[in-house]
Design a protein around this ligand. Structure first.
Ligand SMILES: Nc1ncnc2c1ncn2[C@@H]1O[C@H](COP(=O)(O)OP(=O)(O)OP(=O)(O)O)[C@@H](O)[C@H]1O
Length: 256
C-alpha cells in the first residue's frame, strides 16, 4: 500500500551505559515530517544518533518518549514496507548473486516465472546481470552493494532506509552508485531516508537535508535542496551548490 508519510513527534531515546549505572541520552525531542516519495538525507556529528533514529524508523528499536508513525500507524516492529541498506552489504556468502537477490521473494506467494522475471529486472537495473552466478566473495565492494540494493528493491518497498551505504566505496564507485540510486528512485519513487557524513552526497541526492545537533541529537536545521531534477554531477560545480555546501559545513563545524 502506498501513502507512506513518516511522522516523528517528540521522539527521545536513551541507552544504559555498558556498566548499567548511567543513562546515555542519544535522541532528544525529534520532530520530522517526511512526505511519501521524498529523498531525505540526515547529516550530523559522529555519535549524534543518526543510526539510532534510522533503527527506530526501521522498527529495530523503539523510542522512550514520543512517537514515530508510518502511514499513520505507530512503528512497532519491522515491516516489508521498510527496507534497510547498511554500510556493509548484508549478503549470504554461500548463495550466488541471483539466489541472494531471489531470497526475500521466496517468502512471497507468486508464480516462479514471475519471481524469476522480477529478479532479472533488478539484476539488470543495478547492472549485475552478467555476474548472477558469482558468489559475493568474488565481487568488489561496489558490486556487493549493488546486489544488496537489488535484494531489497525486488521486494518493492515503499521506504528505503540507508545507513551510510556508500561510505566504504572509492570515489568513482560511490558516484556511480549515487547516480544509480537516483535513477532507481526517479522511476519507482520510494521514500528514501539516507544517513551520510558526506555533504556533497547529501546535496546531490536529496530533496531535503536534516542536520542534527551533537548528542543528544535534535533536528538543528532543515534545508530544502531545490536543484532541478534529473540531476547529474555537473550541479556539483555550480555556485548555488558551493554556497549550500559552505553553509552546511559551517553549521557542522560550529558544533565541533
Ligand atoms: N545499543 C546501544 N547500546 C548502548 N549505546 C548505544 C547503542 N547504540 C548506540 N549507542 C550509543 O548511542 C550514541 C549514538 O550512536 P549512533 O550510532 O546512533 O550515532 P551516529 O550519529 O549514527 O554515529 P556515526 O555517525 O559515528 O555512525 C553513541 O554514543 C553510541 O555509542
Amino acid at each position: 500500500m502506498k501513502g507512506t508519510d513518516i511522522v516523528v513527534k517528540g521522539l527521545s531515546k536513551s541507552y544504559n551505559s555498558v556498566n548499567g549505572e548511567e543513562s546515555l541520552e542519544v535522541l532528544d525531542d525529534i520532530h520530522l515530517h517526511i512526505k511519501q516519495g521524498e529523498f531525505i538525507s540526515i547529516l550530523g556529528p559522529s555519535g549524534c544518533g543518526k543510526s539510532t533514529l534510522l533503527n527506530i524508523l526501521a522498527g529495530f528499536e523503539s523510542g522512550d518518549n514520543g512517537v514515530a508513525t508510518c502511514c499513520k500507524e505507530k512503528i512497532e516492529g519491522v515491516s516489508t514496507q521498510r527496507a534497510v541498506v547498511f554500510q556493509s552489504p548484508v549478503l549470504f556468502p554461500w548463495l550466488s548473486v541471483r539466489k541472494n537477490v531471489m531470497f526475500g521473494l521466496k517468502q512471497k506467494k507468486m508464480d516462479d516465472g514471475v519471481r524469476q522475471k522480477i529478479v532479472d529486472k533488478y539484476l539488470k537495473a543495478v547492472g549485475i546481470s552478467k555476474f548472477e552466478n558469482y558468489y559475493p566473495g568474488q565481487l568488489s565492494g561496489g558490486m556487493q552493494q549493488r546486489v544488496a540494493l537489488a535484494r531489497v528493491l525486488v521486494l518493492d518497498p515503499n521506504i528505503l532506509l540507508m545507513d551510510e551505504p556508500f561510505a566504504a566505496l572509492d570515489a568513482q564507485s560511490r558516484l556511480s552508485m549515487q547516480e544509480l540510486l537516483l535513477n532507481l528512485w526517479q522511476k519507482h519513487k520510494p521514500t528514501v531516508i539516507f544517513v551520510t557524513h558526506d555533504v556533497e552526497e547529501a546535496l546531490f541526492l536529496s530533496d531535503k537535508i536534516f542536520i542534527m545537533s551533537k548528542r543528544p541529537g535534535r533536528i538543528k536545521e532543515e534545508i530544502e535542496v531545490t536543484f532541478r531534477r534529473p540531476r547529474n554531477i555537473s550541479i556539483i560545480g555550480t555556485p548555488e551548490f558551493s554556497e549550500l555546501k559552505k553553509h552546511i559545513l559551517s553549521t557542522l563545524m560550529d558544533m565541533c
